[in-house]
Ligand binder design. Structure first.
Ligand code: 5GP
Ligand code: MN
Length: 326
C-alpha cells in the first residue's frame, strides 16, 4: 500500500445492536485503529444504554440520527465490514446503501443462511458469537499482541452475552480459550457482567414483573409460553431501546416449556422473538410465518398486522408443530 493512501473503512452491524453486535464492531474498530487503519462504526439504529460503557462507543454514528453523513461514508468506503448479520434487510435503509456502494463487503457472522451480498466472508454457525470470530480474524492477522484491555472488554462482552454466560450449546472449548486470552489481556469479567446485567432501570424491572404476572400465557398443549406487549404498555412503563432484552428467556425457564415467544408492538411493526429447546426450529418457524430468521433455537421476525392478529396467526401456525413440541 502506498503510504499516504489509506483505505476508507466502515464497520456496520444489525438493527438494534446487542452486545455481540456492538462489541464485535468496536473490538474490530479499536484493533484496526491500532493497525493504523481509520475506520468508522455506523449502526443502523440506536442501542441500549447498558452498552454505552464500551470503549470507543462515543465515536459510533447512528444512521437514524446522521443519515446524510452515514450515506456519504458508506458510498465512499473501500471496505465495509458487516458484522453479526448476513442479510441486508437486517440493517434497514442502510442495506440499500451498502448494496449499491462500490466497497468490497466483508461479512463476519455466525447466523444461518447468508444471503450472499458479501465479497469476502468469515462465516460459520459453529462460532459462539461474532466477537469470537473477530478474535479469529485478529489471530489470522497475527495481531493478538495488539489486543489491549479495551479491545478485550468489547470482545468478551459479546462472547459472554451471546452464550448466556457460557451456558449455550454453542460454547466450545475454543470459546473458553478465547475468553481466557481476553481475560489475560485485561477484560474484567465481573465488571462487564455488572455493566450489562446489573444496570437496569426501575421502570424496566417493574415492566418485567408486570409481563410475568399479567401477560404470560401458557399454551400447555404446545408446551409454549407467550407474552404479548402492546404499544400502550410500552409507553406506560416508559420502555426504551434495550429494556425488553432478555424478557423472552423467562418463558423457557418454566419446567417443560419447549418454546417461548414474545410479541411486542413497536408501533412501526410488531416484532417477535422466539426461543426454543431441542428440536423446535425457531428460525424456520420465523421465516415461514413472520418474515424472519435467526438461529435454530433463537430467532426473530416481524409483521405489519395489528398485534391481536399477529397473536392469532401465531397460534394458528403453532398447530402444525404440536407433535414436534410434545
Ligand atoms: P432477538 O429475539 O434477540 O431479537 O433475535 C434473536 C435472533 O434472531 C438473533 O440472532 C437475530 O439475528 C435473529 N433475528 C431477530 N429478528 C430477526 C428478523 O427479523 N429477521 C431475521 N432474519 N433474523 C432475526
Ligand atoms: Mn451474535
Amino acid at each position: 500500500m502506498v503510504a499516504d493512501v489509506k483505505p476508507k473503512v466502515v464497520i456496520t452491524t444489525h438493527h438494534k445492536p446487542d452486545a455481540d453486535a456492538l462489541g464485535s464492531s468496536l473490538g474490530l474498530y479499536l484493533f484496526l485503529n491500532k493497525m493504523g487503519v481509520n475506520a468508522q462504526v455506523v449502526t443502523p439504529t440506536d442501542y441500549g444504554d447498558f452498552l454505552k460503557w464500551m470503549p470507543g462507543e462515543n465515536s459510533v454514528i447512528n444512521f437514524e440520527e446522521f443519515e446524510e453523513k452515514s450515506a456519504e461514508l458508506v458510498a465512499d468506503a473501500d471496505l465495509v465490514f458487516c458484522l453479526d448479520f448476513n442479510s441486508l434487510k437486517r440493517i434497514n435503509k442502510l442495506g440499500d446503501l451498502v448494496r449499491s456502494s462500490n466497497a468490497q463487503k466483508v461479512m463476519i457472522d455466525h447466523h444461518l443462511e447468508p444471503e450472499g451480498f458479501d465479497d469476502y466472508r468469515l462465516w460459520t454457525t459453529k462460532a459462539s458469537s461474532t466477537c469470537e470470530l473477530i478474535f479469529w480474524f485478529i489471530e489470522t492477522m497475527h495481531g493478538v499482541n495488539l489486543i489491549d484491555q479495551e479491545i478485550a472488554s468489547c470482545l468478551y462482552a459479546g462472547i459472554m452475552t451471546d452464550t448466556a454466560s457460557f451456558k449455550h450449546g454453542s460454547t466450545s472449548p475454543t470459546t473458553h480459550r478465547v475468553a481466557a486470552v481476553l481475560l489475560e489481556k485485561g477484560a474484567k469479567s465481573n465488571r462487564i457482567f455488572e455493566s450489562i446485567y446489573d444496570n437496569y432501570s426501575e421502570n424496566r424491572t417493574r415492566f418485567i414483573g408486570f409481563c410475568l404476572s399479567e401477560k404470560l400465557q401458557i399454551l400447555k398443549e404446545y408446551k409454549t409460553a407467550l407474552i404479548t406487549v402492546t404499544a400502550e404498555e410500552l409507553e406506560k412503563f416508559k420502555i426504551i431501546t434495550g429494556d425488553s432484552e432478555g424478557l423472552v428467556n423467562y418463558g423457557l425457564s418454566i419446567t417443560d416449556m419447549q418454546l417461548s415467544v414474545l410479541i411486542i408492538d413497536r408501533t412501526v411493526a410488531r416484532k417477535m422473538s422466539f426461543r426454543s429447546k431441542d428440536k423446535f426450529p425457531a428460525n424456520e418457524f420465523a421465516r415461514k410465518n413472520f418474515n424472519g430468521g435467526g438461529h435454530f433455537n433463537a430467532a426473530g421476525g416481524e409483521s405489519s398486522d395489528p398485534i391481536e392478529l399477529v397473536e392469532w396467526k401465531f397460534k394458528e401456525a403453532l398447530k402444525e408443530y404440536k407433535n414436534l413440541l410434545n
